[in-house]
Each structure stands twice: as C-alpha cells, then as structure tokens.
Ligand binder design. Structure first.
Ligand code: COA
Length: 396
C-alpha cells in the first residue's frame, strides 16, 4: 500500500448560502484547495462527492459538481454515510491512491440544506434513524434520538443540563474566532440554559444548525508529493465501523459503540496508545451534532473515563492550553453542519492546524504533529476516526 498525503484543503463560509448554487459552492471550496496545493485541475484523476441530499434540488451531485469544476470526463462518484459522508469520501480517496489506481483524488462534500424548510429537513434526517420502526411508530427525530442519549447519560452519571451547555459555550467561543462559521456570536451559560427546548433536555443551543456549505480535500500519493510538493499532511490511520439501524438493538446509551470501535482501529493503525491518546495528539475535531455527542466522543475516544467527559470541558481541558483542544473551528454547533461536507471540513481544519496556518487566535500548539477527526453518521450508524500526521512514516 502506498502512503497518502493531503496537499490542499478548504471549506466555504458555512450558513445560509442562497447566493450560490451547488456548483458554485463546490467551486469555491475546490478553487481554494487547488490554489493551496498549487496544482492544475487536470492533475485530479478522480473525484468523490459526499452528499446526503434529498433536501436540495440536484439529485446527481457528483455529475453536477465535476462538470462545474471542469474536471469531467474524469470519473466521479457520490458517497453517502449520513453525517459521516465526508469521512467516507476521504477513506475512499485514500484507498484508491494507496492501492495505486490514482495519484490525485478530490474528496468534496457539498450540501444545500437551506433550500428546504426546517420540517422537511427534520423529517429527512429523522428517517435516517430507522424509518419503518422508529420514525413511523414513534416519530423519532434527531434531536429526539440524541435527547434519549442525553437522558441516559444524565441518569447514569448525574450530569446536568448546565454541563451540556458548557460544550455550546466553548464551541460558540471558537466559532466567534472563525470567520467561516455559521454562528460567530459568543454565548453565556445562561443564554444556552434559557434557550427554548427542542427535545428535552436538549435546547436550541445544544443543537447544531441547518447549514449550506462545501469543503474540499485534495489527496495525493507519496510519489506525486515527492515530485511536486514541499509540504503535506499524511494520513496515518482511518478506523471505521457501522452500528445497528435500530436504537432498540443497542445496549449502551451513554456512548456510541461504532465510534469506540473506529477509534481503536485508527489508534492501532497510527501507532497511538489507546490508553492515553490525548497525550499523543495536538488537537481533535469531534462530531458535536448535539452537545451530548461531544461529551460521549471524549469518552469513546479515550480522552476521558466513562462518566468524566463533562469534567473535561468544565475544567477547560478541551480549550487551547488544556489536555486536548477540541473543535477549534466552532465545531458542528457553531461552524455549522452541512451534512455531506462536515467530514472534509474537519480534515481541512486539522490540515491547516497541523501546518500552523490558522489565524484569529485559534491555532493550537503543535508538538506531537498529530491530530484526530471523529465523524459520526446518524446516531452511531456510521463512525469514522481519521488520524493525520506531519510525519510520513507515522503509522504502526
Ligand atoms: N443554534 C443556535 N441558534 C440557532 C440554531 C442552533 N442550532 N438553529 C437556529 N438558530 C437561530 C437562528 O439563527 C435564528 O435566530 P434569529 O431569530 O436571531 O435569526 C433562530 O434560531 C430561528 O432559526 P430557524 O432557522 O428558524 O430555526 P429552526 O427553529 O427552523 O431550527 C432546529 C432549529 C434546532 C430545529 C434546527 O436547527 C435543527 O433541526 N437542528 C438539528 C439538525 C440536525 O439534526 N442535524 C443532524 C445531526 S446528526
């Protein structure tokens, strides 16, 4: 297998993007990534478009995007792994290059969610749990699903609504330093606590928003990088797992089994000690679609013991200067969550962080040269954990 590196990455301003159609949004992210990689678009051998879709007008996004970017007739495909679609695209791009089938592959996520009203979006996402049983019979929506995890966690470990709001306060703080974030306002604990309930105990500020946006990552083979590039960030391990469709088939509601499995695989591939991963990483992007999801991620990734995730954020251990800074771009909560583009946007953020290129007072200290992205689809229906490194030989 060949080594694979990232040579350019970017994401658009997230939020309500009625100013751009799908092709224009994709171009905005791609053009920036291309400039950063300093290569011609003809170098791209294949493209993978991550998009959950359904809510937007275009139903063949891979064709629309590759035509818009001017990279057809090179091959393309659309991938879907719900909110983890972007990480699935990165994995596929990695595997195509590692196996020697291509030298440069584009993973591009794009989503135009705001074309549809909230109730349509909530229904489509809700159906992504398990339509025939949980959606049809119980009307479960995603805020509802994660509210079940939150109540299970609160009942098991004694966490409070205020504790969950600490995650929103942190992520809005870092969102305020990221000009591409959907929300750039800082919030207080009181503001979060007094926001209206969406699904008890989750309130408006416990939820990620509905977002338009695109993100692009250019991946290349070691040979290509040696010939054309002076710097790259390397993929040192990708772990992945798929959970059950029905929540009723799961036996633990205080964490996500698929995420734990994905993390252990990624640690094994990247040569990271699963007993103390935080000390070997400089920062992480985790899937905070709801505040409880970030707390469970700390524990599923081994950054905190079971039941102690809340302590990490309360003690500011996931701010810059703490044990492991998390979501320095504002996370899904404040940066936004354009479902199919979220995974690539996490990788783009980590790429720039590792290279020390992040401005606005949210650059992490880079000592270990390694960073982690945790991207969950559904409620652990899919999970991907990707570890990036500045060191080409950094793998088990
Ligand atoms: N956090 C903070 N503020 C939010 C917000 C959020 N998640 N969502 C909307 N707002 C704000 C808007 O900016 C707007 O503020 P304004 O009145 O000052 O302009 C106000 O709340 C109303 O916005 P609107 O777009 O009408 O919200 P909504 O009520 O239609 O939708 C949710 C709110 C929470 C229902 C919606 O964002 C949602 O469903 N989020 C979850 C998405 C999801 O499930 N993703 C997949 C996760 S796995």
């Amino acid at each position: 297998m060949r080594r694979v590196g990232i040579i350019g990455a970017s994401y658009t301003k997230f939020g309500e993007r009625f100013d751009s159609n799908m092709q224009e949004l994709a171009w905005e992210a791609f053009n920036d990534a291309l400039k950063e990689a300093n290569i011609e678009k003809d170098s791209v051998d294949y493209s993978i478009v991550s998009n959950m879709g359904g809510w937007s007008s275009e139903s063949l996004p891979a064709v629309i995007v590759s035509e818009g970017l001017g990279i057809n007739p090179k091959g393309s495909v659309r991938v879907e792994a719900a909110c983890a679609s972007g990480s699935a695209a990165i994995k596929l791009a990695h595997d195509i290059i590692a196996s020697g089938q291509a030298d440069v592959v584009l993973a591009l996520g794009v989503e135009k969610m705001r074309e549809s009203p909230t109730k349509t979006i909530v229904e489509y996402i809700g159906r992504a749990g398990n339509f025939m049983w949980e959606f049809e019979n119980f009307g479960l929506t995603f805020p509802g699903y994660y509210a079940l995890y939150a109540t299970a966690y609160m009942s098991k470990y004694g966490a409070k609504e205020e504790d969950l709001c600490e995650v929103a306060v942190k992520n809005h703080y870092y969102g305020s330093l990221n000009e591409k974030a959907q929300f750039t306002n800082r919030i207080t604990l009181e503001k979060c606590m007094s926001s209206p309930y969406v699904a008890w105990p989750l309130k408006l500020y416990d939820c990620s928003p509905i977002t338009d946006g695109a993100a692009a990552v250019l991946l290349a083979s070691e040979n290509f990088i040696k010939e054309h590039k002076s710097e790259a960030v390397w993929i040192s391990g990708i772990g992945y797992a798929t959970g059950t469709a029905n929540l009723s088939k799961r036996d633990d509601f205080s964490g996500l089994d698929a995420a734990r499995r994905a993390a252990l695989q990624a640690y094994a591939k990247a040569g990271i000690n699963p007993d103390r991963p935080a000390s070997q990483l400089d920062l992480a992007e985790v899937h905070d679609c709801f505040t409880i999801a970030e707390v469970m991620a700390y524990e599923d990734l081994g950054f905190a013991k079971k039941g102690e995730g809340i302590k990490l954020v309360k003690e500011k251990q996931t701010y810059i200067g703490g044990l492991i800074p998390v979501n320095l771009d504002g996370g899904l909560k404040a940066k936004g969550h354009p479902i199919g583009a979220t995974g690539e946007s996490m990788i783009a953020e980590l790429y720039h962080q590792l290279l020390g290129k992040v401005k606005g007072g949210r650059q992490a200290d880079i000592k270990n040269g390694r960073a982690l992205a945790h991207n969950v689809g559904g409620t652990g229906h899919y999970a991907y954990v990707t570890i990036l490194s500045l060191d080409r030989s950094d793998h088990a």
